[in-house]
Design a protein. Sequence first.
Length: 429
Amino acid sequence: MESIDFYKEFGDLGYLANYSSYGFYDDGVFYKTVEHYYQANKFDNEEIRNKIINAETPKEASNIGRDRNNIRKDNFYLIKNSVMFKGLFLKFIQNKDIMYKLIETRDKNIREMTVKEYYWGVGDNKQGENNIGKILCNVRNVLKDIILTKIIRDAKKYNEVYIIGHRKPDTDSIFSSYLLSRVLNSLGIKAIPCVLNEGYEYIANDEKIISDYKKFDIEVINDIKDKKFILVDHNNLDGLDKDNVIGAIDHHIITNEVDNVLEMEYASTGLLIYDLFKNVYKFSNEEKEYIALTVLTDTEYLTSMRFTLEDKKIYDELKVKIDVEKLQKKYFKISDFSLPLDELLKTNYKEYDFNNKHILRSMISSYNDEYNKYYESIKNSIKDNWLLIWNNYEKRETIVVYENKEYIIDFFTTSTNLVLKELNKKGII
């Protein structure tokens, strides 16, 4: 399995390090970093503790804590892992931005790559105990459990809750709403899958497969006042009152609009719901088929890099007998280039808030002939706040147009989330 390797407090993964500047409180005392917390808890002597707590830098705190002239607690070697766990837990639970970042790492191994540290890190031979990495993984699991438990506990306070996807539903949004409602109903919660407004429309590419496979009702609601919602396949308020949103389960970028979000980059929200609840809920064969369909439609029938090895392992657990190639030939459609340009760009369209920018995303699917014929004229029509993602399935190439400039992504993907992250990494967005 792919691992997340970090070293020191710098760079994209620096938030994982004990020296990173994410402070927190414990028993009314503020600690500037986990390093301050860990070193201070080596001692009962208040004078030494205060020197460490007030140290300007984590390095200074570490130097005081490592000074063998200062007498440690007799049993500290027995409790040091639990002290480290508590410090890391408090750091992440009290800093939501990095809490969500940690949860986003899913179930990947985390490794502290310090070469001179064989207990907390991996050492220069990569065979060290890596206890920091192990504790971070444990903290991640606890945080996920806390959020999921809170969503369920809060839902139980109400007579009924409504499970809703995004405004222009796709296969994942519709089937995930149903799947989560089934799970919650099994837990004694009256959960109703729904969509907003009678004039709603499915995303064009998914309309046929939804109508062919959906064997359940979705309630259409117009009056949202006094209703309580759980969001799936998105974590935007999208017109809902924040006080009426209990939480969200999603596989897209965190918006920070909603509290109690479980967001992880699974191939689909349906697959995420399955993985979250498979040990407490027995999914029927029909429900497993719905889950498989969410994966297929959200990964362009398993062709996208969004379908990772981790996703494949979970997908294979479903043991659903589906002829993927047959379904792809029947349901997968490239963009309809006969449409007027405005309609074409709105066919697979979503809005994103990313890095304090409001982005209008349009995704085009083509083979090489359509690319050669239409690409230049469509590219030249894109406005500054639009993000065009063009997937050429024949060449397995993803091309992006943003702010009148063209970028070729280093991998083929249909995930806007991955595209935005790649553009952010390159300093473009």
